[in-house]
Design a protein around this ligand. Structure first.
Ligand code: FE2
Length: 325
């Protein structure tokens, strides 16, 4: 028996299947972002027209058939409201047809949990970096078991910052990997660096970098933007790692696909003889498998009262009771 997970918080509609903690399938359809960025209503239309096909593919790839699904999880948030709603409706309608329970999953927790599971580490510090989120977290048990946010962005997510810069620089596609490509032959120019304890901000450096395009080569600005913002994340994560006495750190979320960020965080961890782990890219990009993975854990815990269904655009991970983990 297996659990189906549905992800639809942003530009990806994903469906995956987990059975006994093993991922059996991970299907997805990804909306191609235009030069206007992500328009929620357009993304939701895309999700609605791809939902059935992606879910059917996930079930077929897993080789289980509809009768093999014993529960369904979906992303409750955080994310874009109209997009989340399509995932929720898909989950609830299929669950009522199959007469199986539905579980609301926190998107950030799903990224962290699947990466932690693959790392085989016990409660590592997590550096979770994506378009909409940038946080440093670990589980603490006081006053109840939950993910504690040691530090986070005080304005926008680092992925959003890189995408915005890519758009301003006329890059296509306008996202982080294009900035990384442009940065390959760049030289360093000084940029504003903002770390406040274990928090950080990205709008100042974004404004500065866009202005710097007027007088500098795009590769130099791209390189300096990456180096400076990644160094900010590393400094904040290092402080959190030492304060939390973590012996390992995991990197997860869409921006975890950056090889440069991976090498900076791996180097920082190595300097403290701490372990470092990053999952394969298919789990850092948004995906249904991670939702299935967490929903299966929820389903196996009997007698726990989980959050109610619905969607919540600002569903913070530190609001989720994690006593069932
Ligand atoms: Fe994500």
């Amino acid at each position: 028996m297996a659990v189906l997970g549905i992800e639809s918080s942003a530009h990806t509609f994903g469906a995956g299947v987990s059975s006994n903690g093993k991922i059996l399938s991970n299907a997805k359809a990804m909306y191609k972002i235009s030069d206007k960025g992500m328009i929620p209503s357009k993304l939701a239309e895309f999700h609605a027209s791809n939902a059935k096909r992606v879910i059917e593919k996930a079930i077929a790839d897993a080789g289980i058939g509809l009768s093999g699904i014993e529960a369904i999880g979906y992303t409750k948030g955080p994310g874009l409201g109209p997009c989340l709603r399509i995932g929720e409706l898909s989950a609830i309608s299929l669950a009522s047809k199959l007469n199986v329970p539905v579980y609301p999953v926190n998107h950030a927790m799903a990224h962290i949990q699947i990466t932690t599971g693959l790392s085989r580490m016990e409660n590592p510090l997590a550096l979770y970096v994506s378009g909409g989120n940038s946080q440093i977290l670990s589980i603490i048990s006081n006053p109840y078991k939950h993910y504690h946010v040691h530090g986070e962005t005080l304005d926008i997510g680092i992925g959003n910052m890189l995408d915005n810069f890519a758009r301003a620089a006329g890059m296509n596609p306008a996202w982080g990997s294009t900035v990384a490509k442009a940065a390959e032959n760049g030289s360093y120019i000084s940029m504003p660096y903002t770390v406040k304890g274990m928090d950080f901000t990205f709008t100042g450096i974004l404004t500065y970098a866009i202005k710097a395009l007027e007088k500098n080569k795009v590769e130099d600005v791209a390189f300096s933007l990456q180096e400076t913002s990644f160094a900010m994340l590393s400094e904040a994560a290092e402080r959190a790692m030492l304060l939390a006495k973590s012996r390992g750190i995991i990197l997860c979320g869409g921006v975890a696909q950056s090889q440069r960020l991976q090498s900076i965080i791996a180097g920082m961890a190595a300097s403290h003889k701490a372990k470092f782990f990053v999952a394969p890219n298919e789990y850092n990009a948004d995906n249904g498998a991670m939702i299935a993975y967490v929903a299966e854990k929820m389903h196996r815990r009997k007698g726990v009262k989980f959050d109610r269904l619905g969607v919540d655009q600002k569903y913070r991970i530190d609001r989720v009771d994690a006593s069932w983990l």
